[in-house]
Structures are given as C-alpha cells and as structure tokens.
Write a protein that binds this ligand. Sequence first.
Ligand code: GLU
Ligand code: MG
Length: 704
Amino acid sequence: MGLLALGTALDWPDAQKRAQQVREWGIKQLLEIWNKAKYKERDAMLWGDEVEYLVVRYSNEAPKVLLSLRQADILKALAADEELATKGGGVPDLQVVKPQGSNPLPVFHPEFGRFMLEATPGKPWGIGFKELLDVESDMKTRRRIAKEHMESEEYPITLTTFPRLGVPGVFTDPYYPPSGPKLRSQFVPDEIANPHIRFPTLAANIRWRRGRKVQVNVPVFHDVNTPNPWKDPTVNYDLHNWPEDDDVRNGAAPDNFIHMDGMVFGMGSCCLQITFQAKNITEGRKMYDQLSPLGPIMLALTAATPIYKGFLADTDVRWNQISRAVDDRTAEELGEKVSTVLDNITKTPSANEHQPLKESRWRIPKSRYASNSTYISTDPRLRPEYFDPNLVIDESIKAQLLEGGMDDLLATHFAHLFIRDPIVIFNEDLEELDLTKADHFENLQSTNWQHMRFKPPPAGSDIGWRVEFRPMEIQITDFENAAFSVFMVLITRAILSFDLNFYIPIVKVDENMETAHARDAVLEKKFYFRKNPFPNRTPRSTVGSNANSPIASRPATPVSPVEDEYALMTVDEVINGSKSEEHDFPGLIPIVESYLDSVNVDVQTRCELSTYLDLIRKRASGELWTAAKWIRHFVASHPTYKRDSVVDDEITKGLVSAVIDIGEREQAGRGWKGLNVPELARLLGQFRGGCGSNGVKRSSDEIN
Ligand code: GLU
Ligand code: MG
C-alpha cells in the first residue's frame, strides 16, 4: 500500500507545519515527471495483479482460529530463500522491465495489518492471451510459497476480513492487550499494525489530524433474535486511558451499528487490484475514465465482507469501512463544527455546513479513501455534465501545474488530490528537494486511495503511464481471483479496441458505490449505467454545465440531455446484457466475447478463457453466489448460530476451516466435488472442469 521509507517520522503537529512544503515539492517533482514523460510513446501493454492475504493460525485441536502476527518473520523467511532471491524478479506495480523468456518467482510485500501479506507476480503480465492462462497457476504458486514459509499451523487465506478482529478477548497470536498510544483503539492493540514506523504513524496522525478516533460504524444485520434497537455489546464506555476514550461517551457508537475505532478495521481488509500500463498518456487517461464506472459493478460482483468484529453486518463489502478507517477530515472539514471559543466542541453533523471556516481550508465531501472524483481523458465524448459539481481543488496548485505546462484536466485532477495533507513525513526528506525522485509527490498520491489511480511513470524508470483498478474484493480461491483479473484485462482491451464509452456523471458513480454496499446488491439492486457504450461521438455541450468542470467553456452544441444517456440496470443486465423497453444494453461479457472473436485466439485458449468468463456471467445472473452470500449462508446454517447476528469463535473456526480446505483442494488440483460444505458449489460452480486438448470443455464430474 505504498512505499516504505526510513527515517524520523514527524508527529502530527510538526508534520502539519511542513505540509505545505511537501505539497510544493511534490508538485515540482510531478512537473518534472510530466515534462519528461508526457510524450512517452509505445510502452508495452503490460499489466499486473496484487493479491492480499490474511495469515491465520488454525489447528483442528485449538478451540479458536487466531490471526498470526508473524508477518515480519514470514517476510524474513521469504527474503532468506535463495531460490526466491535469485529467481524472483520484481517489486510492486510493474516496476521491472519484463525479463525476456525468464519466469521469475513471485514477490511478497508487507501490508498494513501485521497479520497480512501481499503477493505480486515476479514480472508483469504481457499482452498475449496465453499468458492470461498463467495467472491462476501463478496465484497458486504464490499461495504455496507463502505457506511454505509459514509454520505448519499458519495459513495464508483470502477472506477480506477476519471475522473476529477486535472482539474482546484473544484474537491474535501472540496476544497483546488493546489500547496503545498510536491507535488508541479500545478493541485492538497497536501491535496489530505493521511495526514499520510508517504504519503506526499513519494511523496516529490520521487520528491526531481528525481530532478524535476514526469511527468505523457499520450497520448490524438484524436477524430474528437480534435486539432492536441493538447496542454494540463490546463497547466499553468506562475506559479512561486516553482522551479519545471520550469518543464513545460523545456518541461515536450509535445504536444499530457495529462500532470500530481504528485504522486496522479498514486497512486490515484484503483486496484484488489490477494495474495496467498504457501505451502512452492519452491511452492511460482514457482507461482511467472508462474503467471508473465499472468500479461499483465489480465491487458488488466480488462482495465478500459480511462480518465485522464478531457480528453479521447489514452490508456486503469492505469499501466504506476502509473509507472511514482512514478518514482524517477535521470536524470543520466535515461540516460539523462551529469554531467559536465558547463552543468549540459542538458536533452537530452537517448543521454548520454554511458557517465560515475558521481553521480549515475547505469543507471536503469525501474521505481520502473514496470513489474517484475526476475524469481526465482528452476524449471529446467527455461532457462537462459528467464532472463532479462538488469537486474541491487547490487553486494555487492548479495554477502552478498550468504554469508548468500541464493541461487543465490533469491539473484539476492533481489539484484535487493535493487538497489533502501529507500524513507521514520523514524529517530527513525535508532537507533538500531531489527532483530525480518522486517521494513528495508519492506521499500525497499514494495516500489518496481512490477506486482508480492514475500513475505517472516513476522518476528515472522505463515504466510507462499506468492506471490501477482498486475496488475489487479479494476472492476465496485463486480460480476466482484469476477470473476477475482476466475479465478486467479483457474488458480493458475491448474498451480500447472498440473505443467504448461508459461515461456517466461522477455523482452517479458515487451513488453506485453506495448501492454496491447493500446485502446482495449484485442481485437486488440497480446501478446507473450508460445505455449505449458504442462510439457515436457526442459533441461537447454546455447543457446543464457546471462551473467546476475544466471543460465548461467549450462551445455549446445542443445534444441530448445527459440523463437520457444512462439508465438503472441490474448487475446481470450490465454483465450479461439486457433487452428492456428502456434500454438495449449489449452486456460486458458479450462485448468481451465479440472482442475475442475479433482477434486471433486459438480454440484451446478460448475455451480456457471462457471458464473464467462463465464465473463472472453466472455470478451476475445469481446462478453462483458471492462469497458474502456464501459466508452468510454458512453462518446461518451453523449449529451454534442463535440468529442473533453473533458470529462466535466456533462459527469462525468452521468458516476458516472450510476456506483452508478449499485452498488445499485447489493447490492439489482436486476440484470442488465432495467439499465438506456442499453449498461451496454455489460459490465456485460445478462447471469448473477445464478444457480437453481439443479445446472442448469437460465437466467437473469427468475430471474430479
Ligand atoms: N487493502 C486495501 C483495500 O482493500 C488496499 C491497500 C492498497 O492500496 O494496497 O482496498
Ligand atoms: Mg496492497
């Protein structure tokens, strides 16, 4: 989740004093990169995936499954492995030139939680279709290697969150008591975070800047025996270790919400991210815009997060919890606080929105981790009406970028990211500005966790312009993770090849992101989506234009209202196509299929690819379940579940045991048949049979 630098990390009051300097230096570094790389051409179409894992300690005998906090030891063991060192080839985010003909082993990275690991392929994936078929086995290799460097009772698993994180009592190995100076959480110890100074400082300074702890409140799922109103029974109102212990006495833990109070409740979640390298900046900007409306759809399709802190939640995905877990906005930025001397603790949400600001520069509508707020493509189909009318930008930063030669759209994008303060600043980095580096730029860039990230070429490298797709939840199996990766690659190729147009207003993407949180949104909800994705070029207009749009001043040509361009569709309609009175949407899978028809793919490869596409298709239609649905079903049918929303140690142990079982079958290539939990078939599909050498699909029954 970002670069690891070493040095003396400043506490928030000191960091705040240097924030402007970091922003200014960051902008200078960005302009340096921009001027060097803006005409960079013909970069290879590479891509990479990132898989994040939880490390659990599990044995049949032990009554509980625990999170193992041995991340550092496991990484040390991986680093000491000579084979990995000599055959491993990469560092994160495609930062290696593809070694020709070699097949480097995967690379492992730390993540925020001390119980997490991240793994990437040893080299970026290339353009070949056959290579898409290597992704799944590479993911399996990563899991195998990770496991080989763990203790026998430790397992890397790909659940998004650990169901019992933050429950009173023991949930980690080793045990540490909660409530340390950095997180000040009443539920988790500081030792829950990666001990590298960057991570606890990030957590502490977010809290410090905000003026209270983060509030990660997720609605509880009301089952038949769940009290209504429900009060989170794990909240301690009588703690007096830190001033922040007052938060819950001041209303931080409302009824009917599972209350969490530390960065780890968000950043301790696992996701699947895909980074694409574009052939040039224009293509990168186009990918950024066109993939953005797919974010909420893919979030709903990959939903895997129905449990928090030992309770069933009423939402299915991790997104908003991470958003809140790193929300460093002050009360005033949130529009909550009247900053008068007499009344500087009044917190009436939104009531004071129109009060003049006393301490902050802006009211800021979104957290640093949120759906993205800009479109940046030079595509003539980008209409002013699509832009976010609430976009906040730093005008002086925008002016510097324009002055430095950047165009309005991109300058607006970065002037928006740079409204934030840098959270972790190392004293040593402030001595001298090094324009051959990108550290100050990255400081802001990599702590703007939006659902898309536009990545300029790292200073002094061969790498091109890249775009990262960030919303997807990690899936339980490598088969699924490979399927979603392959699908994202193919839809991106189709977008470029057919010049597809998925533009809808950014506010509608925001709304879709909220919609994706609902239980079973994949089947139950509708999302705004563009009706006609094909490239009939719409002239720009200023119909209903908004003043914030960087292209608002383009000449007006009357065209159809933007509202006519999109409609509400189910995920099934978006993925598989629809024929309703109102719209006739072709469907993303049929689009991918016609893209595959238009290129040269051999029968065998095509058959193998369709195994992945089938998973996406069937998940969208409801024939297969999301992990969230399967986990809910697992909990509901467990003998100790009392229909009171409580997910106890025994249920958690059963769930993790099933997940380990699936992983071991997958490693052994044993297929899914006869799994100890029959409903797993609903998650993974019985069809997972593979293709014969003649490219003909075989059913799982034939090969299990
Ligand atoms: N784990 C975070 C998530 O689930 C992402 C961290 C990163 O950017 O690597 O979205
Ligand atoms: Mg990561």
